[in-house]
Write a protein that binds this ligand. Structure first.
Ligand code: G3H
Ligand code: 13P
Ligand code: ZN
Length: 316
């Protein structure tokens, strides 16, 4: 059942976070639904611009509709990840997405407000909710001073102003993370001090944490042992998700970790089965491993086991 992220956030706020997972293909879609249904978790499917054009946007939509029929117990939102203005309108008009993200965070504050406001008006007119972003994610280098590092983080006072001016439904905040596998070069981590200040100014308002992959070292080592060359990769400590949730983070974006599962499974499989050329045996291994990975993340996010209470809240 497709619901808005707003409904999921109402259920989760202050208690746990909902996993927002990016998918691109059939095997990820099947693993995603299996993992969430098996761990009884509500979830968010994220579709990026790149995912929409990887095969065809209609192909992804059709796969998700099919999965919705195959797994009738699943409760999830379908969300555009990092949309520009035109892509947001395309998703809003498609009638399929329940949530869009407008990412104008690279623009100056006023322009970001202007663009976000326009998307919010168009989306709300169709019952669709909007995530917006303020601040800039970036890798944190060890030599960077606190002042320099703070420059790109979300300013708590601006965050309050931004939400009031735009009417957005949730806010992606820069609190020290970055996209991809190389997030930190030292012992840095999430900036809970900044998050707490944002929550203080926006009590009860759903916050989003992008760049939340944990880049498990065991995964990286297995990839490298099977012929990969991923060096110095470091991610967010997944044991910190629970604390972030108590500070208002209701959506945690994870993509890179899923890509690492894909890479590890395929590298190890072909190393161990050099004569194999059927794509199905490896596809089956990947779907099972991806489902296991999703269920593990849901445990860390606290969303595992929440499906029945969310269903009751929705009156379904
Ligand atoms: O934040 C970006 C997501 O990881 C999606 O990545 O644009 O390569 O699909 P992508
Ligand atoms: P990761 O690269 O840490 O998985 O972040 C994904 C993300 O933020 C998608 O919007
Ligand atoms: Zn992101």
């Amino acid at each position: 059942m497709i619901v808005t992220t707003k409904k999921l956030f109402e259920a989760a706020y202050g208690k746990y976070a909902i996993g927002a997972y990016n998918i691109n293909n059939l095997e990820q879609a099947m693993g995603l639904f299996r993992g969430n249904v098996e761990s009884k978790a509500p979830f968010i499917i994220q579709i990026s611009k790149g995912a929409r054009s990887y095969t065809h946007k209609k192909m992804l939509e059709a796969m998700i509709r099919a999965a919705d029929e195959i797994f009738p117990e699943a409760i999830f939102a379908v969300h555009l990840d990092h949309g520009d203005e035109q892509t947001c309108y395309d998703c809003i008009e498609s009638g399929f997405y329940s949530s869009v993200m407008i990412d104008a965070s690279h623009e100056p504050f006023e322009k970001n407000v202007e663009i976000t406001r326009r998307v919010v008006e168009a989306a709300h007119a169709r019952g669709i909710v909007v995530e917006a972003e303020l601040g800039q994610l970036g890798g944190v280098e060890e030599h960077v001073s606190v002042d320099e590092a703070n420059a790109h983080l979300t300013d708590p006072d601006q965050a309050k102003q931004f939400v009031e001016l735009t009417g957005c439904d949730s806010l992606a905040c820069a609190i020290g993370t970055s996209h991809g596998a190389y997030k930190f070069t030292g012992n840095q981590g999430l900036r809970f001090d900044v998050l707490a200040e944002i929550q203080k100014r926006l009590p009860g308002f759903p916050l989003v944490m992008h760049g939340s992959s944990s880049v498990p070292q065991e995964e990286v080592e297995r990839i490298n042992a099977a012929g990969g060359s991923i060096k110095g990769a470091k991610g967010v400590d997944e044991n910190e998700f629970a604390r972030a949730a108590t500070l208002g983070v209701t959506k945690v974006n994870i993509d890179t970790d899923g890509r690492l599962v894909w890479t590890r499974v395929h590298r190890e499989y072909f190393r161990d089965h050099p004569a194999e050329f059927d794509l199905r045996p490896i596809g089956k291994v990947f779907m099972a491993e991806y489902a296991k990975f999703i269920a593990h993340k849901n445990e860390k996010l606290g969303s595992a086991g929440r499906l029945d209470e969310v269903r009751a809240m929705l009156g379904k």
